[in-house]
Design a protein around this ligand. Sequence first.
Ligand code: PEP
Ligand code: MN
Length: 348
Amino acid sequence: MIIVMRPHAAEAELDAVTTLIASLALTSHISRGAERTIVGVVGAPADKETLLAQFAGLDGVESVVPISKSFKLVSREARPERTIVRIKPGISFGGTEIAVCAGPCSVESREQLETTASAVAAAGANILRGGAFKPRTSPYAFQGLGEEGLKYLRDAADRNGLAVVTEVLDVRDVELVSKYTDILQIGARNMQNFTLLREVGGARVPALLKRGIAATIDEWLMAAEYIYVAGNHQIVLCERGIRSYDQATRNLLDLSAVPVAQGLTHLPVIVDPSHGTGIRNLVAPMSLAAVAGGADGLIIEVHPNPAAAFSDGPQSLTLPMFAELMARIAPVAEAVGRKLPEPATAAA
Ligand code: PEP
Ligand code: MN
């Protein structure tokens, strides 16, 4: 159930609502919008009808809306205005600016990261990506540099005025990864790792939740609800392709998932055309299509020498290819009322 407060309702009126919620052994989640404050009520009330009437009768309450979907707090009903996930000053998801995350699949060395970070920043990206803990299908494939890789990421990003997004694979590493990153990525293979979702829900760092390899949009939003209800409201969703019968591409990039999800949730939705296609030459057309279709950002694999990449070389753009793509995205973004980020300013 969602309780919509009247515009400019007094704090005391809001307190009366949350006090009643607590007295019924239910939990409140407050979202303060520009116009209105909305209170999400979570729990299993005994008698819904009486409860609806009880809340509707309180001062300052405009309406009480029952939500029938299995995801509630992340739904549009709970918050009609779009959430802007703010990473740091000048870097956000869900506003007019499109966020662009770029970098290698895996963090391989300090030099690789420095070269990539300065090139993607110069081309207009605002967030550096790279995996230090890698979810590899084979246990014999490169598993990542761990904490050493996190340090390389942080240093290279700071030197170039970028934020960092990196994957956390294990509940035991959430604290460690949070020390180095600005965004905790939950990978496709972990989308329904409910223990990890709850742990990231308790973190103070925003989350990037990738869609599972065979997850429906509803399942993806329920996974986001796990993070949200555990207290972390800064969530970005990422469409990265789903498993299909067709071998022509690595995955089937579901671009319609962007407007579908945006219709169902207030959270920003971005696209990963690299894992979505698995093929370097498809990354540019799918990036342009994603932006034209309203995506709130992109996450793109870029490597100084894709042929030598430890992972995902075939889908990684070279540094010049990424710069060329950014130049092509700018007019597409403008045509749909969006813009690319302001150029990153390196830390002094
Ligand atoms: C990644 O972004 O490095 C990654 C492993 O992606 P996914 O979880 O979408 O496969
Ligand atoms: Mn990858």
